[in-house]
Design a protein around this ligand. Structure first.
Ligand code: SF4
Length: 395
């Protein structure tokens, strides 16, 4: 059973309380414990307007609604794959609006909450298809709620509640999920994880959703924000994701980590009708900027994805660097950026387009040695170092 509610405004937790209350009432949800762990998608240090992270105002509204339903201890956490060091994590918490939301709850509602960097949180083994996997103990000690963002994704078509669970993994397992050697491929791994740990409530923030070549902002109109002003949720994460795909106009069968299941809509819910026009699907070849193409195989994990995104953002917004970059582009013409371990055949095909090859991250070192070109080291590369390596070549 799912419910879809309209969320007219997301300026503060108070704005979102009523729609979240409606959602919880319609699916008749009460937390199983007074201690609640909410896992939003907190992947980048960006404003909620960019539709990359779960909007903190919604998470704040959920905390207020849960407090009315008997909860009194709240932990909110994610493991980003890039902002792992404590100082970087704190920057993300600040710039994404989560700190301001927590301050608002404390000051105006008397509710204290803990914001947890899952990379350093205690973990324990959970049985799953491939043996045992280390996940945050919070999933057992607290009522676990998955609060995802509605986005398209170049590797998985969509990132919703099931995919959001990747943030529960240790950094090593995040990489292993993508590399596809230790367990299975990325899609099977996400599916198996959905059986290993199940939230008792899954919500998808579709107030502002991201379409195109997500899951982070891509330039030149390759991602766009869709202002849907909706939230949907229910106790079955797979059913919620099926409903979200229907809203997005993306066939469930094209999402390899998701099984098709029937969706029942709660009484009082907004109707489950595909949004018109449907969401723009992701293009695996992202144009980072004119004549600069990114080829990101599905073995490329969040670390390099975020690092690349932040590198281009810095290049775009810092005038001195932008000038150096213009010179680099003038000297090189077309540039093809290879990310994640990529087959020789695929690299040959990319090379055939005649551009300068840039190999990004330690996963591409062997290919860089074999095919030549510029190699940016790191796992993931620090985006500032990446800029130095890249523009150092401009001479
Ligand atoms: S080099 Fe990049 S893609 Fe490869 S494991 Fe490291 S962070 Fe992931």
């Amino acid at each position: 059973m799912i419910s879809i509610v309209r969320v007219p405004a997301t300026r503060s937790a108070r704005d979102t309380l009523e729609p979240i209350q409606q959602l919880l009432e319609q699916i008749d949800y009460r937390p199983s414990s007074r201690k609640v762990f909410i896992k939003p998608n907190m992947v980048d240090a960006t404003s909620p307007l960019e539709a990359v992270d779960t909007d903190p105002a919604l998470v704040g509204g959920l905390v207020l609604a849960l407090k009315e339903r008997g909860a009194d201890e709240f932990a909110i956490g994610d493991g980003t794959g890039y902002f792992n060091e404590e100082k970087n994590w704190l920057r993300l918490v600040e710039e994404s609006g989560y700190k301001a939301m927590a301050d608002d709850l404390e000051k105006n509602h008397g509710i204290g909450l803990t914001i947890v960097n899952l990379e350093t949180a205690p973990r324990e083994g959970f049985p799953w298809k491939f043996g045992s996997i280390k996940l945050p103990s919070l999933c057992r000690t607290h009522a676990y709620i998955n609060f995802a963002k509605m986005k398209t994704h170049v590797h998985t078509q969509v990132t919703l509640a099931c995919k959001n669970q990747k943030g529960l993994l240790s950094l090593a397992d995040k990489k292993a999920f993508h590399l596809g050697k230790k367990y299975s491929d990325l899609h099977e791994n996400i599916k198996a994880l959905a059986s290993a740990v199940r939230p008792e409530l899954a919500i998808v923030d579709a107030t502002r959703a991201l379409e195109g070549s997500g899951p982070t902002t891509a330039p030149a109109g390759q991602t766009k924000v869709r202002r849907l002003k909706l939230c949907l949720g229910g106790p079955d994460m797979v059913e919620v994701d099926n409903a979200a795909c229907q809203l997005m106009g993306i066939p469930v069968d094209s999402v390899r980590h998701l099984n098709r299941v029937p969706v029942a809509v709660a009484r009082g819910s907004e109707p489950l009708q595909p949004i018109v026009p449907p969401f723009v699907r992701p293009n695996p070849e992202i144009m980072a900027t004119d004549n600069f193409f990114v080829h990101m195989s599905e073995t490329c994990c969040t670390g390099c994805q975020m690092s690349r995104s932040r590198m281009f953002r810095k290049i775009s917004f810092v005038p001195d660097i932008n000038q150096l970059f213009a010179r680099f582009r003038y000297q090189h013409g077309r540039v093809d950026f290879v990310m994640g371990s990529t087959s020789d055949d695929a690299i040959e095909a990319i090379k055939g387009r005649g551009g300068t090859l840039v190999f990004y991250g330690n996963c591409t070192k062997a290919a860089a040695d074999k095919f030549g070109g510029i190699h940016v080291p790191g796992c993931p590369p620090d985006h500032n170092v990446a800029i130095d390596v890249l523009l150092g070549k401009a001479g």
